[in-house]
Design a protein around this ligand. Structure first.
Ligand code: DP6
Length: 366
């Protein structure tokens, strides 16, 4: 591989080709929600999430110099099956990020992905799926051009590319807490990529559990993309973006100071605001199910009775995430099994937690 006169990457026969890379990348759950965006996948407000552990996607990418005129995605499979609709989406995505990875057009790519959670389980998979692909592409670039050379630039680039595929995916490239979107409180934050937010954490927030209660497994009637678009005409949009900025600043303070009550207040308010924005869109829609509301009621009751600072949150669907300090894991597990599992589809829930972030799988790990 060499650079041409314009400084652009150019393919030449080289011993690294054909090559392959393999990443496992987790999903994440937002505490402050991204809901509403501008052109070019620029968020209307900053968001903060926890990167998960068990809910992840594994992606294998193999590449070889293009045989035909121009290369790009030759094969795509998900869970061992060729899914044309997914393949088209990934092809579109590869074109969208063409200026970030200009060398791609000179390659034939084969991608295969596997989720640790069932595709139809109602868990948002775009964050793990798109971050895994972006990490593979950035590793491919590093294998071919020795760039990005340091980890800081590597993950920043992967985050930027992941964002273009799905906004929330930008945050999944980091372990623990991540912030995406420009926030006055964090000097190097940006709308184009996420940054890790783990430097100034109170001990109480270092080790967190996330129990994901699967209330309904059916596909969402209104996609997140549609939901973001409806924010453009939502009469509460400006107020919401102001609130999210305020919650971002406040949550950053709380994570450093260790105020569990305030953490719960912000996280639950964010979840309820997200769904109230869906209801107040035009047309309005409701993704919550009766089971969602039953669980919310019981979580609040349990918190009152036990003083365990667990908080519910929701993504764009009916499933409930219960976020809690991991030291209360046994009590929370017991509570879920005895009082909440009955509201879950076939009693299903996932005992997840804040994780170590994506992992590149190399050599003997494969
Ligand atoms: C409610 O990241 O799925 O989960 O950028 O259109 O792919 P696109 O949307 P997406 O939206 C996620 C919305 C959310 C909140 C969040 O994760 O911040």
């Amino acid at each position: 591989m060499q650079n041409n006169d314009n400084g652009m990457n150019r393919v030449t026969a080289s011993p690294e080709m054909p090559g392959s890379v393999h990443w496992r990348s987790p999903s994440n759950i937002a505490l402050v929600k991204y809901w509403g965006k501008k052109k070019g996948q620029i968020p209307e407000n900053p968001s903060i999430s926890i990167t998960l552990s068990k809910s992840h996607t594994e992606t294998f990418l193999s590449y070889s110099p293009a045989k035909g005129q121009a290369g790009i995605l030759k094969e795509f499979s998900f869970e061992g099956k060729e899914l044309p609709a997914f393949k088209e989406r990934i092809e579109r995505y590869l074109h969208q990020i063409g200026s970030l990875y200009p060398f791609l057009k000179d390659f034939d790519l084969t991608l295969s992905s596997y989720n640790s959670f069932p595709h139809s389980s109602g868990i948002a998979s775009s964050a793990s799926a798109l971050s895994a692909i972006a990490l593979c592409l950035t590793s491919m670039e590093r294998a071919l051009f020795s760039s990005p050379s340091d980890d800081y630039s590597f993950f920043r680039k992967a985050s930027c590319a992941a964002r273009i595929g799905s906004g929330s995916a930008a945050r999944s490239v980091y372990p623990g807490y991540a912030l995406w979107g420009s926030a006055a409180e964090v000097p190097h934050s940006a709308n184009e990529y996420a940054v890790p937010l783990n430097d100034n954490l109170h001990d109480d927030f270092r080790d967190m559990g996330d129990a994901i209660l699967i209330v309904d497994e059916s596909p969402k009637p209104v996609s997140s993309s549609k939901g973001h678009a409806l924010m453009e005409s939502n009469p509460w949009a400006a107020v919401r973006y102001g609130q999210a900025k305020m919650h971002t600043g406040r949550l950053i303070e709380v994570l450093a100071a260790g105020d569990a009550g305030e953490f719960v207040r912000i996280v639950e308010k964010e979840a309820m605001t997200l769904h109230s924005l869906m209801m107040s869109s035009d047309p309005g829609y409701i993704l919550l199910k009766p089971g969602t509301l039953e669980i919310i009621d019981k979580v609040r009751q349990f918190r009152l009775e036990t003083t365990i600072p667990l908080a519910f949150t929701l993504d764009a669907g009916p499933n409930v995430h219960i976020i809690y300090p991991a030291r209360f894991r046994e009590s929370v597990k017991d509570f879920i099994e005895h009082q909440l599992a009955g509201h879950c589809s076939k009693g299903k829930w996932i005992d997840d937690n804040a994780g170590e972030g994506p992992v590149e799988i190399t050599g003997n790990d494969r």
